[in-house]
Design a protein around this ligand. Structure first.
Ligand code: SAM
Length: 245
């Protein structure tokens, strides 16, 4: 497990890279203020901003990989599953999942938005799949997760990492409905996201998911601090759900 989580060979960029500009500007302003006034508090403020930014950078470059390696291990995949990753980006989760497969297939859907992840592009994810040695198990599709181009009950697992918060409330409800629709009965959904992930629980139950649970993923996925933590919600699709609706 340790090797898989820390030794990826692809290049995965930074999540929401534009958000780095603000703390960098703040540090420069505070440092200048400290230098000009001789007061200590601007330097203290700059140090706090640097620590908070460090948490975000850690989450994006290491924490996310470590946490997902554990979550994927806990899924206890057999290797023959069909897995869908909603908003796969450069493939941090998709390609880790593919490494658990033998005869199975890992499909990633994305709109490749660069404001959500630096250098985001289908070609980059394809290169990463080759670097990780899983290109033969991975399929990449350009599409919107609120309107998935797949038949109902197509996948054994549906995953998503840090995507749903980008959508409006209506978009989130549609994405959840689509995720459940394409999941096979008995299949597991695992969504990792920022903010009030608990609010996905009720719609998921209404859509026919059972064993729905929400868990905080801890400091490794703090985006600046505990006030911007990451949680997962997971559940299993009930057998009797009418997935054609
Ligand atoms: C912060 S990145 C996370 C990428 C990847 N899941 C990871 O954890 O590294 C968010 C991703 O969601 C994608 N995305 C945002 N809205 C989307 C939508 N409506 N349909 C498909 N992809 C979307 C973006 O293009 C981006 O790749």
């Amino acid at each position: 497990m340790a090797d898989r989580r820390l030794s990826h060979r692809g290049s995965y960029g930074l999540d929401t890279p534009y958000l780095l500009v603000l703390p960098l500007l703040l540090v420069v302003v505070l440092a200048l203020q400290g230098a000009l006034t001789g007061a200590p508090w601007p330097f203290v403020g700059a140090a706090v901003v640097i620590v908070c930014t460090g948490f975000g950078l850690y989450a994006s470059t290491r924490g996310k990989f470590e946490v997902w390696a554990e979550l994927l291990d806990q899924l206890q995949l057999r290797g023959d599953e069909e897995i869908l990753d909603l908003g796969c980006g450069r493939g941090a989760v998709l390609l880790s999942a593919a490494q658990h497969l033998t005869s199975g297939r890992a499909v990633g859907v994305d709109l490749w938005r660069r404001r959500d992840q630096s250098g985001n592009a289908l070609a980059q994810t394809r290169r990463n799949a080759a670097s990780e040695g899983v290109a033969d198990k991975v399929e990449l599709i350009t599409g919107d997760i609120v309107d998935l181009p797949f038949a109902s009950s197509s996948f054994d697992r549906v995953l998503s990492s840090l995507v749903l918060h980008n959508l409006s409330n209506r978009g989130q409800r549609r994405a959840l409905a689509e995720a459940v629709r394409v999941l096979r009965p008995g299949g597991r959904l695992l969504l990792v996201d920022l903010g009030a992930v608990g609010r996905y629980g009720r719609p998921l139950r209404d859509l026919g998911m059972r064993d729905v649970m929400v868990r905080n993923l801890g400091w490794r996925m703090w985006w600046t601090g505990p006030w911007l933590a990451t949680r997962f919600v997971s559940g299993v699709k009930c057998d009797e759900v009418d997935s054609t609706s």
